[in-house]
Write a protein that binds this ligand. Sequence first.
Ligand code: GAR
Length: 193
Amino acid sequence: MIENKLNLAVFISGRGSNLQSLIDACQEDNYPAQISVVLSNKPNVQGLERAKKAGIPTLTIPHKDFETKEAFEGTILEALKDYPIDLICLAGFMRILSPYFIGHWPDKIINIHPSLLPDYKGLNTHERALADGQKEVGCTIHHVVPEMDSGPIIMQKKVPVLDGDTPETLAERVLEQEHIAYPEAVRLLAETR
Ligand code: GAR
């Protein structure tokens, strides 16, 4: 049993399959991290159910309930004070965090993105990669900085594009790698802290 595990907050907006990969990793005795809290900006999403099933505390803070990003993020910052947190993992969290929020957690927020950054920042990554005739796509785990999908890269995993691939088949193949990469990246950060 490892002492002094890295405490994670995982931010989600939906399905939470990457959250699940972190939950599964954290359930292993020799994994150097544990999840303190899962936060969603959307109510009633599958990821919240995954967290509850694993006995992890959840916070639902819908961005739609706030008039400004400052108010939304201020509420998150306040709520997080109740939990031990060393690292925030964005896992399909579909809100852009402000420099104000990121400044509260310098070098302590990471994100997973379904492309080989710096290529295909933003949405519809697989669709755009296919349209460009890319032969290889993948996923990236990176530190979060104010500029969207930028920030130093921690890890990437690549997959080939196959004949007949659609955005959906590609998303599925990349997602398998995401589920391997995210726990590996968190382990790397925990072990080199
Ligand atoms: C994942 O493919 C993740 O890389 C992507 O959203 C999906 C979330 O799936 N994230 C982004 O596009 C962030 N810009 P999940 O909820 O099943 O983990």
